[in-house]
Design a protein around this ligand. Structure first.
Ligand code: ZN
Length: 223
């Protein structure tokens, strides 16, 4: 009954292929009985480790280093910034996830412990680099966003002052340099309003926000 299976050259669960001649030998064999060459100390692929490395660090080729495919890993690493290796790794993750541990172990070997170490180190540096790149993009944008908010707040304060100046002008025929006389109170403690000049033709005022380098100047024609 089992004849059809036996005719095909298949290795049992306690067997492996010789790293030198490729013949089927016992998995525990340190030296191949067929060719006499000492076996490389290969470890069994851990499906969990492979899935974790592929999912989290696959874009940096960590899973390739883990499987001892260092050249492939190297290409993943140098092109990681294109996001293409990450995309391929995601597809590989799905393939690995739907492949049984036995098939993975038959297909791949881990070359000693070095592959895992390289994979983790590469992944670690990759993640640090990625965080650095994201921070380099995000931080200036955040600063610009905050500065814009301070600027808008200062402008709105100056607009209130402009209205107060116009009201004062209607009543007194001239602009004022006295904030209290115009019933103007600053709404934000971070914003300072200073009137530089005021007469019966025009006024000029400066708004300064504590968090901003530059002040905003307005005059009677601004609003
Ligand atoms: Zn051999």
């Amino acid at each position: 009954m089992s004849e059809s299976i036996e005719t095909k050259q298949s290795k049992g669960i306690d067997e492996k292929f010789c790293s030198e001649c490729g013949k089927i030998i016992k998995i525990k064999a340190e030296i191949c009985p067929k060719c006499g060459v000492r076996q490389r100390n290969n470890e069994r692929v851990s499906k969990t480790a492979l899935l974790l490395l592929t999912f989290f660090l696959g874009g940096f080729g960590a899973h390739k280093f883990y499987l001892g495919k260092n050249w492939q890993g190297f290409f993943y690493l140098i092109f990681c910034w294109t996001w293409i290796p990450g995309l391929i790794a995601l597809i590989e993750f799905i393939i690995y996830a739907f492949t049984s541990s036995e098939v993975l172990q038959e297909k791949y070997t881990v070359k000693g412990g070095a592959g895992v170490v390289i994979a983790v180190v590469v992944g670690g540096f990759g993640i640090i680099a990625l965080i650095g790149i994201l921070a380099a993009i995000a931080i200036p944008q955040f600063v610009a966003y905050k500065n814009r908010a301070y600027q808008v707040a200062t402008e709105s304060e100056l607009q209130v002052l402009a209205t107060a100046e116009e009201n004062y002008f209607l009543q007194h025929g001239q602009y004022s340099s006295d904030l209290q006389a115009m019933n103007f109170t600053e709404t934000s403690p971070e914003i300072t309003i200073e009137i530089i000049s005021a007469d019966n033709t025009c006024y000029e005022a400066v708004g300064t926000h504590q968090q901003l380098q530059e002040s905003i100047t307005i005059d009677c024609n601004s609003y």
